[in-house]
Design a protein around this ligand. Structure first.
Ligand code: FAD
Length: 536
């Protein structure tokens, strides 16, 4: 087996403490070596809220390696779990497992390089490939994927297991709507190719399937000619209904006369506006929230963020096109902020903030994020109850808000979205800090997330969690609603022993009782960090 499967001392400890029946000899038979560094890094994620050590880590060099491991787990007389880990950017331990092996899909030596098919306008990529590397490979051919996430240091398999959304989703749909074909290792260890035509059940189940049905080893992603430059514009609103009306108008446009990216964010915290994600609002000439009329609005402002892509050959017409689109909007007239940059710099914008935070040691803090899909008919209630209510005037991080069109999502995929033609993503991207300020502590923010969810529930807002996190199967059933029966059926078909992605806590591995699963989540200490950690 051309793999390096790494074992640690953890095996013996877990066998004793959790009562696992996994024999070290069983793993040794697969050709294992020991590397505690890999085990430690696979035991945490971006959320930094749970720590679970795997028994071993596999760094596969091919789909065959993945299939061999999963087959061994499936056929094992005792049983062990297998969790694919992309770049470990989950929040709640979704890629962790304490009862088996983590397959480290991203990283040096895994898979092969992206293969661009210029004539057919698609690229074949390894499931662990980071989107930044997919972009770089495609740009060499003047091409680029159509639908993105805001941050590119995420793996293809990781985002396709959720949906993959950003400001392009209103037009192109989420990333899962832009995939032609997948290679997947099922929970039985079979390597299968699937698409809408070939093994369609597996294809649809895996897209947005939270890693439950198979490990994506290859994805064929749709491409378009890459724009050269981007005009990036932010405008402010103090009136929520004017803000959402304009956002909804902009996502209804699909011809040439449209923006290419529509997002937005909420500003409830004076400190954030001049310090948010980039130097967009000049620090020398700070924007005063109070000067923009937010005082009449509970101190809350809303920022619409839009872009227009262009090629240098069309630079002459770009200003007029933007002018014509902006004329139809009702933002605060003095609040237009514009910048112009290469396409790749725009797509990679969040990484700049990451580097800044890393240099100050402020990236690795707990992130109690909450991502919700809110139906259009309830977004004003959400504004009243949450932005102007529960939040107070402190946020501890960016709050994104932007609408999407449901008809760009394939209902056959495993993702659940609200039952309306238009729904909003509202993303609370918090960083918890141990700086003595109660409102920034992990406990306070976690509690606030609970209050937001309770409010949505009690007021009948019918929200759905994106990047969902639940602890019991009955909560998962409710989350999936009418899709639950199919979800469960697909699980029985493609992962009958429930060995894959057990960190999602949806199905208990058949060789474990549910009480054993609870042993897996052990909180780790939060590091002392400063205020700036919210700036990404
Ligand atoms: P991991 O955390 O490693 O894995 C996530 C889940 O997918 C796990 O259950 C894992 O088992 C499974 N999985 C991983 N690889 C595979 C595979 N090859 N096959 C099958 N299952 C697999 N999301 C958006 O949609 N839009 C955004 O703009 C966005 N921005 C983000 C910015 C930051 C800074 C961070 C930290 C996250 C962001 N996310 C965003 C969320 C992100 O898409 C998810 O957390 C995603 O799961 C991360 O990918 P990963 O490769 O790190 O996955």
């Amino acid at each position: 087996m051309a793999t390096k499967l790494l074992l640690t001392f953890a095996i013996c400890r877990l066998i004793v403490t959790v009562g696992l029946t996994l024999e070290p000899t069983e793993l040794l038979r697969l050709g294992l070596t020991v590397d505690p560094v890999d085990v430690v890094s696979a035991s945490v994620d971006f959320g930094l809220m749970t720590k679970v050590e795997p028994l071993a880590v596999l760094r596969p060099s091919s789909a065959k390696d993945v299939a061999q491991l999963v087959k061994a787990a499936y056929e094992s007389s005792h049983g062990f779990t297998v969790s694919a880990r992309g770049h470990g950017h989950s929040i709640n331990g979704q890629a962790q497992t304490g009862t088996g092996v983590v397959v480290q899909m991203s990283g040096v030596g895994s898979g092969g390089k992206p293969r661009v098919w210029g004539g057919d306008m698609y690229v074949d990529v390894w499931g662990g490939e980071l989107w930044i590397d997919v972009l770089k490979s495609c740009l060499a051919y003047g091409l680029a994927p159509k639908s993105w996430t805001d941050y590119l240091y995420l793996s293809v398999g990781g985002t396709l297991s959720n949906a993959g959304i950003s400001g392009q989703a209103f037009h192109h749909g989420p990333q899962i709507s832009n995939v032609h074909e997948l290679d997947v290792v099922t929970g039985k260890g079979e390597l299968m190719t699937c698409s809408k035509e070939q093994n369609p059940e597996l294809f649809h189940a895996v897209l947005g399937g939270l890693g439950q049905f198979g490990i994506i080893t290859r994805a064929r992603i749709s491409l378009e000619p890459a724009p050269q430059r981007v005009r990036w514009i932010r405008v402010l609103y103090s009136n929520f209904s004017a803000f959402t009306k304009d956002q909804e108008y902009l996502i209804s446009l699909h011809g040439n006369q449209k923006f290419d990216y529509v997002e937005g964010f909420v500003i409830v915290d004076e400190g954030l506006i001049n310090n948010w994600r980039s130097s967009f609002f000049s620090p020398r000439n700070p924007v005063k929230i109070s000067s923009l009329g937010s005082n009449n609005n509970g101190g809350v402002l809303y920022c619409l963020e839009i872009t227009k892509n262009y090629h240098e050959s069309t630079v002459e017409t770009i200003d007029q096109e933007i002018e014509a689109l902006l004329k139809k909007l009702n933002f605060i007239p003095t609040s237009v902020f514009t910048t112009d940059l290469p396409y790749v710099d725009f797509l990679d914008r969040v990484h700049k903030a990451e580097l800044k935070l890393r240099s100050k040691g402020m990236w690795e803090v707990p992130h109690p994020w909450l991502n919700l899909f809110v139906p259009k008919s309830k977004i004003a209630d959400f504004d009243r109850g949450v932005f102007k209510g529960i939040l107070g005037n402190k946020t501890s991080g960016p709050i994104l808000i932007y609408p999407m069109n449901k008809n760009k999502w394939d209902d056959k995929s495993s993702v659940v979205t609200p039952d309306e033609d238009v729904f909003y993503l509202v993303a609370f991207l918090r960083s918890a800090l141990d700086n003595g300020e109660e409102t920034q502590s992990l406990e306070y923010l976690t509690n606030q997330n609970r209050r937001i969810l309770k409010f949505c529930d009690e007021d009948g807002l019918k929200v759905k969690q994106y990047l969902p996190h639940y602890k019991t199967q009955s909560e998962w059933k409710e989350h999936y609603g009418s899709k639950w029966d199919r979800f469960q059926r697909m699980k029985m078909k493609f992962d009958p022993r429930h060995i894959l992605a057990s960190g999602q806590n949806i199905f208990t591995p058949t060789f474990l009782s549910s009480s054993n699963m609870m042993v897996m989540d052990t909180p780790i200490p939060i590091k002392q960090k400063a205020r700036e950690a919210i700036d990404f």
